[in-house]
Design a protein around this ligand. Structure first.
Ligand code: ANZ
Ligand code: ZN
Length: 868
């Protein structure tokens, strides 16, 4: 028997990833292998989408992980016979381009274009099955024309409006920031500058019009992680409560409404606090208190919203010197202002109940205000005022006719009394604010509006779109919007009256551009509409959206809002854009840190990795795994990994190392391990497809059956079943790859014991199962084995359930002729193996108590009798 391929004078080609990857990438491109096929007849469509990247200049491991995960899913569905849409594009507007342009004196468009080209080239090396003919970049005018068109739709639906607003102003980047772009210390998340508060006229989108629907429809997002749904709910922040009117003691025409979620505590109110910006502050302030009030107002102006609401320190309040009347019991209570009361939440005023609220408790202690307990934990028990607030629900006390009620009933009945007497109404409040979309920057989508002194704000008619960004704009100038300084561009004719007018110089928040790109991919070349309803109906909702948790709130909420708003405008019939969401974990790199200095040490400066020391101080270094970042010197460049091992190894490693939603620790030795596995596959499949190697005649038993064939068949079918399930149920790529490893181990010893036909079948299954993970090597080996077409166009294998069920029989175990137990064994177990299995069984252990039997009687296929 010839036992190896090499003995026959063949040489097994070496696995050379770099060569074959370049070869197949080119081949796929020229063949249009991954061009989107529209679903035919009854064929199912599948839309797999990665959150598109910002073209920062180079690909990092987080990108790689994101796109590889989506790619495996897309490839799997394609092989299962679905029509797959798997596009890619660029979230290409935004500040970094502008800052880079200022630093290097190049045009943001050129800088962005260069980055896109470079990153596209890097993406190409990953072997993604992306249909590049649908590529979009949000900074191209044939894309942003439609962003402007959609803005016009929102404007005419009353969902876009301008208003004067106190905004977060970044003095360094000279722009307005959304609250979410300001960190807990009140700094810009981009520039790091301390953010100031300014009053400016700004554009908003009325997302709050949809708050109830955005909240309610979270229930329909069955394929989203619970964590993301909770974050969205929390962001929308629905509170059910009441508005209660307090009247000024001497001026009954002054009514101050407060929003409260606890009307049951109304008898415990001991003061009222207004936001420093509240409209009644001046009128309620006595001359004596004016200076202190003005001082606090000035101080508050410097704080961001986040700083105002941080709970950690007690807040100082300033008394206005006047009093209001609590409508429920006519108590006279003082009015104060304090920075923690926000002017744009509820009614900008709070009733202080220090006995039952932590923040109010600290506030009252610091500002010497009364603390009145009106809720207690038990119905009848003696209540001694503790030195802490009681914030739970309980039973009302000190509340006149409401005493003894539980909090819930108290809430309802006190509100009812207030409604009857005209000083209360029920109120639902949301934390979600309207979306501030204007930015005073150049590199963004121009807001398509013209301001005319006689007609007011006039939208640029759809047929005049796009309003293009001017190319020659002096970006080196600091101070305000660059478009405002471009006189030629700014001056325009009013579309209504034809008189000289001025263009809006604000550009849109880039989140606007990314709130609809998934729709454009369905109909990327439409030049009469942003997309056709038909195309959208064909592909959307996105079947699988994959991206980072950092977009769990804003991008996803804005996209959901956009979808609902344009559904209302009858542009789509879709209610939710993303059916299933996968938020992939971070890629973490090994990080060396000097604990005493807090400094991170670059990996290449650490000579002894098992006993890492600071090269400067000699101190022992801490070894951690943290998110890859430049500042921690722990990044691994995807290109260097691909140069060394090829993309297939990088893909296999990323998929094998951790389940997709978990964090992944980068490890060079595990990368090496995946490379060796692919080399093994290379050798194995070359042997499997060797046409010269025939099984020896002796392997065929007398009955004419080769038991190795059925064993091979069993392994192959078991692998198909478990890998298919692993991928489809919960994207368990890591366990799918370990099944592939098991399969290759199980096949190896059988290669020269089975027929060529069986070998080729095993080979074709193995390569097809490998194809979504390692597309290049599987394609090369597929061709070498003589299979036709592309492995990626082949059908995903289907398992034969019959091949997996093993024939078994029940082995009865007797002790001295009495039945004492039984075990299951494979049908063809020989006598010796039956004997061993019986001796090792629990029954034998129990009855023989460790002593060897004096006699063993075996009836093949039936029983073993052990005689002690
Ligand atoms: C009295 C009270 C008693 C309150 C008590 C709470 C507990 P959520 O659930 O977040 O909506 N509040 C109302 N308007 C405010 C504003 N503009 N700035 C800061 N705080 C404000 O919170 C609603 C509660 O937040 C309201 O209920 C009010 O305090 C406060 F034992 O009223 B409560
Ligand atoms: Zn006009």
């Amino acid at each position: 028997m010839k036992d190896s391929y090499q003995d026959q004078g063949h040489s097994i080609g070496q696995y050379r990833p770099i060569e074959i990857e370049a070869k197949w990438q080119e081949h796929w491109e020229t063949q249009g292998t991954y061009k989107t096929q529209e679903p035919k007849d009854e064929q199912e469509g599948f839309y797999a989408l990665s959150m598109f990247p910002y073209p920062s200049g180079s690909l990092h491991m987080g990108h790689v992980r994101n796109y590889v995960i989506t790619d495996v899913i897309a490839r799997m569905h394609r092989m299962q016979g679905r029509a797959v849409l798997h596009p890619m594009g660029w979230d290409a507007f935004g500040l970094p381009a502008e800052n880079a342009a200022i630093e290097r004196a190049i045009d943001p468009a050129t800088w962005t274009q260069k980055n896109i080209e470079h990153m596209k080239c890097q993406l190409g090396r990953l072997g993604l099955s992306v249909d590049w003919s649908r590529e979009q970049a949000t900074c191209n005018s044939d894309y942003y024309k439609w962003t402007q068109y959609l803005f016009n739709q929102l404007l005419s639906a009353g969902l876009a409006y301008q208003k004067e607003a106190t905004v977060n102003w970044d003095p360094l980047d000279q722009t307005v920031l959304a609250n979410e772009q300001v960190d807990a210390e009140g700094r810009s998340w981009r520039s790091g500058a301390l953010v100031e508060q300014r009053k400016l006229k700004q554009w908003f989108l009325r997302i709050t019009e949809y708050n109830e629907q955005l909240l309610k429809d979270i229930e329909d997002l069955g394929g989203w992680p619970e964590r993301v749904k909770a974050m969205q709910k929390n962001w929308i922040g629905k509170s059910e409560g009441a508005l209660i009117s307090f009247t000024q003691q001497n001026k009954p025409h002054i009514k101050i409404d407060v929003f409260t979620t606890r009307p049951d505590t109304l008898y415990g109110v001991s003061y009222l606090v207004l936001a420093p910006e509240h409209k009644f502050v001046d009128e309620l302030t006595t001359n004596k208190n004016k200076d202190l009030v003005d001082a606090l107002r000035a101080e508050t102006k410097k704080l961001s919203q986040k700083e105002r609401v941080t709970h950690d320190k007690p807040k100082r309040g300033v008394r206005l010197g006047t009093y209001v009347i609590n409508p429920v019991n006519n108590d006279k209570i003082p009015v104060l202002i304090a920075d923690y009361v926000l002017s744009d939440y509820g009614s900008g005023a709070v009733m202080g109940v220090p006995a039952h609220d932590q923040r109010d408790f600290l506030f009252a202690q610091l500002n010497k205000l009364d603390i009145n307990y009106v809720v207690q934990p038990t119905k009848n028990g003696e209540f001694s005022s503790p030195n802490e607030p009681y914030i739970e629900a309980g039973f009302l006390v000190n509340s006149e006719e409401f005493n003894g009620l539980n909090s819930l009933e108290g809430k309802r009945l006190i509100l009812e009394k207030g409604v009857k007497e005209g000083w209360a109404q029920s109120k639902v409040q949301y934390r979600l604010r309207d979306w501030l979309i204007s930015r005073q920057r150049y590199w963004g989508c121009p807001i398509p509006v013209i301001h005319c002194s006689s007609c007011g704000t006039v939208p640029v008619p759809n047929e005049d779109l796009p309003v293009e960004l001017p190319t020659a704009t002096n970006l080196t100038s600091k101070g305000g919007s660059p478009l405002k300084q471009n006189k030629d561009w700014r001056e325009a004719k009013c579309p209504k009256c034809g008189q000289p007018a001025e263009r809006e110089t604000d550009t849109m928040d880039t989140f606007m551009c990314s709130s609809w790109y998934f729709l454009r991919f369905a109909d990327p070349h439409n030049n009469s509409k942003p997309f056709s309803k038909n195309a959208v109906n064909k592909w959307l909702p996105v079947n699988q959206y994959v991206g980072g948790i950092e977009h769990a709130i804003l991008h996803l909420l804005y996209s959901r809002f956009f979808t609902k708003a344009i559904k209302h405008a009858k542009l789509v019939e879709l209610n939710e854009p993303f059916l299933n969401l996968l938020t992939q974990g971070m890629v973490q790199g090994i990080t060396y840190r000097n604990k005493s200095t807090g400094k991170y040490i670059p990996t290449n400066k650490v000579s002894n990795k098992s006993n890492p020391q600071d090269p400067e101080t000699g101190e022992k270094l801490e070894v951690l795994f943290e998110k890859m970042s430049k500042s921690k010197y722990n990044g691994v460049d995807p290109s260097t990994v691909i140069d060394k091992y090829g993309a297939d190894t990088a893909r296999m490693f990323i998929l094998f190392k951790a389940p997709p939603e978990k964090d992944l620790e980068w490890s060079d030795s595990d990368v090496e391990g995946q490379f060796r596995f692919l080399q093994r596959i290379w050798r194995l499949t070359t042997k499997l497809s060797d046409k010269e190697c025939n099984p020896s005649k002796e392997l065929i038993t007398k009955s004419g059956v080769n038991t190795f064939e059925s064993e091979l068949n069993k392994h192959v079918n078991y692998a198909i079943k478990s890998i298919t399930e692993d991928i489809l149920k919960g994207y368990q790529f890591n366990t799918a790859i370990s099944e592939l490893m098991k399969l290759s181990n199980n096949i190896s010893p059988l290669i020269d014991k089975v027929s060529l036909e069986s070998r080729l079948h095993a080979c074709s299954v193995l390569l097809r199962l490998l194809a979504p993970f390692a597309p290049h090597i599987s394609e090369e080996l597929w061709e070498l084995a003589g299979f036709k077409k592309s492995v990626h166009m082949s059908q995903w294998p289907i398992h034969d359930p019959k091949a997996i069920v093993e024939d078994t029989f029940e082995l009865v175990i007797q002790i001295k002729g009495k039945v004492r137990g039984s075990i299951n064994l494979p049908a063809n177990t020989d006598k010796k193996s039956m004997e061993i299995a019986a001796l090792e069984s629990d029954t034998a252990k129990k009855w023989l108590e460790g002593k060897a039997p004096s006699r063993i009687i075996v009836v093949p296929g039936k029983l073993v009798n052990l005689v002690p």
